[in-house]
Each structure stands twice: as C-alpha cells, then as structure tokens.
Design a protein around this ligand. Structure first.
Ligand SMILES: Cc1cc2nc3c(=O)[nH]c(=O)nc-3n(C[C@H](O)[C@H](O)[C@H](O)COP(=O)(O)O)c2cc1C
Length: 215
C-alpha cells in the first residue's frame, strides 16, 4: 500500500476484488466516485468508440425508487428459487438477500449504459469499463458488485426512474459504498493449472473449465 495515498497496487486490487454486497450507509465523496468512473473510462473499446455513459445516483429518493424495483425483482427470483428447492435445501441467494434487505442504505448506485447498442461488438466495448470500475472501487477501499437487480423484469421501471432514453441500453447496475460486514478477497477462482493451456489446447483441461466453479 502507498502510505501517502492509501491506495493499493494493481495486483493486490486484482487478487482481492470481489463482490461486496454489504455496505455502510456513509456517503461516498464525489471525488472518489469521479475517480472510479474516470478509471472506467480508461478502458479499451472497439475502435476507441467509448460507447459508455454512467449514471450516478446519490439522491435518497431516487435510491429508494431503485431499491423498490430491486426488491421486487429479488422477490420474484427468491420465490421462484423456493419453488424449485428440495426439502432441506438452504435458503436461496443468502448473500444477495442481505444486500436486498438493506438496499435503501446503499449510498450510491451506478448504472453503466451502452450508448451504441446494436453496433458490432458493442457489449465487448462496455465490459472492460465495468471491470475497470470494479477494480478502481477496490483500489480506493470501496466495495461494489455487478447486479442485474435493476434490469430484467424491472428494466422499464428503472429506465423511467433514471430517464434513460430508448437508444441507450443500461447493461450493469453497480452499488457502491464502503464495505460493512464483508471482507475483500482473496477470491476463490479456478487454479491456473485448470485453465492455462500452453502452446495448444491441452485435452483434459477443457472439461474442468466447462463445469460451474463451486469450491
Ligand atoms: C455478468 C455478471 C453478472 C452478475 N450478476 C450478479 C447479480 O445479479 N447479483 C449479484 O449479487 N452478483 C452478481 N455478479 C457477481 C458474481 O456473483 C460474483 O462476481 C461471483 O460470484 C464471484 O464472487 P466474488 O467476486 O465474491 O469472488 C455478477 C457478475 C457478473 C460478471
């Protein structure tokens, strides 16, 4: 860690960035939000098209409206999962539920929008920015997670609340805040030995990489 800025190095950020779903209600200084968004804008994009826009929501009234949409979406997912559950199964989505139970306390939401949907490779030009944003949050001691809770069945409502025009597609919704009852990584990821193929495809590795990672 750099003692003068409190910032951590790139590799420490990469190795410890993880989905944070528990946030302190403390506001996030605008300066930090701007740094996170600016880091996102440093990402590569096809032909340097930079087809992105970021809607930052701090206003409590708007956050409450978004919270209501997220709760509704989550309730649908939760009930559907309960319907599929076998006797004795643990309750579904335990981590996400904690976030949704405290959703109005999340101090900031960032909607990451694709301004040129439909163009070739459009999505490939937005996800690197999303990853930069998540890493920058980690680097500044903030927590964040990618969620779809404001999309799916609630997308039209979300569009309305945020005034997103038809030609713009929100692709990711990221709550941002200081982590509360959760730690950063180390992350649990497939080991290199299962995913790194030297020189050509190594038979045997393909199968492990196709399985959902549940460790
Ligand atoms: C495309 C994408 C969609 C995701 N959607 C959600 C989501 O809707 N809700 C959520 O809580 N986490 C979501 N996540 C976060 C993942 O669940 C998380 O990154 C993964 O489980 C690894 O957890 P970790 O980062 O804590 O190690 C999403 C991640 C990606 C890349």
């Amino acid at each position: 860690m750099d003692e003068s800025t409190g910032e951590i190095g790139l590799f420490e950020a990469i190795y410890s960035q993880r989905a944070i779903r528990s946030f302190k209600p403390d506001p996030v200084p605008d300066e930090l939000i701007e740094r996170v968004v600016e880091a996102a804008t440093k990402a590569p994009s096809g032909g340097n098209s930079q087809p992105w826009a970021f809607i930052v929501v701090r206003d409590p009234v708007t956050r409450a409206e978004l919270g209501a949409i997220a709760r509704q979406t989550f309730d649908g997912m939760y009930q559907a999962a309960l319907g599929r559950a076998q006797p004795g199964d643990p309750p579904p989505f335990p981590k996400l539920k904690v976030m949704v139970d405290h959703i109005d306390d999340i101090p900031v939401w960032i909607a990451i929008c694709l301004t040129m949907p439909g163009s070739p490779g459009a999505y490939g030009s937005i996800w690197p920015a999303v990853q930069n944003l998540l890493l920058a949050a980690r680097g500044l001691g903030l927590g964040a997670v990618l969620t779809g809770l404001l999309g799916g069945p609630g997308l039209e409502q979300t569009r309305k609340v945020l005034g997103i025009p038809d030609e713009v597609e929100p692709v990711a919704f990221v709550p941002l805040g200081f982590p509360d009852k959760q730690r950063y990584g180390p992350t649990t990821r497939r080991p290199l030995s299962e995913v790194l193929h030297w020189e050509r495809w190594e038979e045997g590795k393909a199968n492990t990489a196709k399985m959902p990672y549940r460790r």
